[in-house]
Design a protein around this ligand. Structure first.
Ligand SMILES: Nc1nc2c(ncn2[C@@H]2O[C@H](COP(=O)(O)OP(=O)(O)OP(=O)(O)O)[C@@H](O)[C@H]2O)c(=O)[nH]1
Ligand SMILES: [Zn+2]
Length: 222
């Protein structure tokens, strides 16, 4: 391969000064890592390009590390946000409503923590309020924050249910995520049609089979 040797192109320096935002303390595992500098992140992308077999210095690729690092800021912006904060503004004056509130077909774009490739799918989430009702967009925001991290589908599902449950203390929370993992569809076992489905139920959805089946039925279109 033409051009400079790899170690002149750039070395990953994990001890580089912290640059930018740190993870929020909603998960203590995240705060244990210092963020490398943007330069170190770009150098790592050059390493991966060379590992793929191409020349990071050729014209078409010269700006790619910067683009990839900016794309990572979007893919993983959930590390900079606190999902609990989204649920602090609640309304207590919803008169006479005592049934499930459901958001169906929320798009999910996440990345699997094993291969760092896309997980694409949909989430359906419902809760039965006690007193506190939250702005409906805030539920989608919680899902967005957890999905814009490196995830397993099970962890993401549990985190979303747990956060809504803890913040709103509702009668129950139900969540179902159906998603395709590109690590299974485009590589490895290569099963393009497989959807992975995860669910988590708390409170009335866990204890009352009729609530669980109403939730499942409403997902399919009541
Ligand atoms: N439980 C779970 N597994 C996942 C998720 N995303 C990816 N995986 C799996 O993580 C596993 C990682 O297995 P390894 O054997 O360590 O990695 P690998 O050699 O790349 O595995 P293959 O994908 O089978 O080629 C694979 O079985 C993936 O399908 C997820 O959200 N939840
Ligand atoms: Zn994977």
């Amino acid at each position: 391969m033409a051009g400079k040797p790899l170690d002149e192109i750039g070395r990953m320096d994990m001890n580089a000064a912290v640059d930018g935002l740190r993870a929020q303390p909603d998960d203590e595992r995240l705060t244990q890592v210092e963020k490398p500098s943007r330069e170190a992140a770009e150098a790592a992308v050059r390493t991966l390009i060379a590992w793929a077999g191409d020349n990071p210095q050729r014209e078409g690729l010269i700006d790619t590390p910067g683009r990839v690092v900016r794309a990572y800021e979007e893919f993983f912006e959930g590390y900079n946000e606190d999902p609990y904060k989204e649920l602090t503004r609640t309304f207590e004056e919803v008169e006479g409503y005592n049934d499930m509130v459901m958001l169906r077909d929320i798009n999910i774009e996440s990345h699997c923590e094993h291969h760092m490739v896309a997980i694409l799918g949909k989430a359906h989430v419902a809760y039965v309020p006690t007193k506190k009702v939250v702005g409906i967009s805030k539920l989608a925001r919680v899902i967005e924050i957890y999905s814009k991290r490196l995830q397993t589908q099970e962890t993401m599902t549990a985190q979303i249910a747990e956060t809504i449950n803890a913040a709103l203390q509702p009668q129950g929370v139900a969540i179902l995520i159906e998603a395709k993992h590109q690590c299974m569809t485009t590589r490895g076992i290569k099963k393009p049609d497989v959807a992975t489905i995860t669910t988590q139920f708390t409170g009335v959805f866990r204890d009352d089979p009729r609530m669980e089946s109403r939730f499942m039925q409403m997902i399919r279109g009541y």
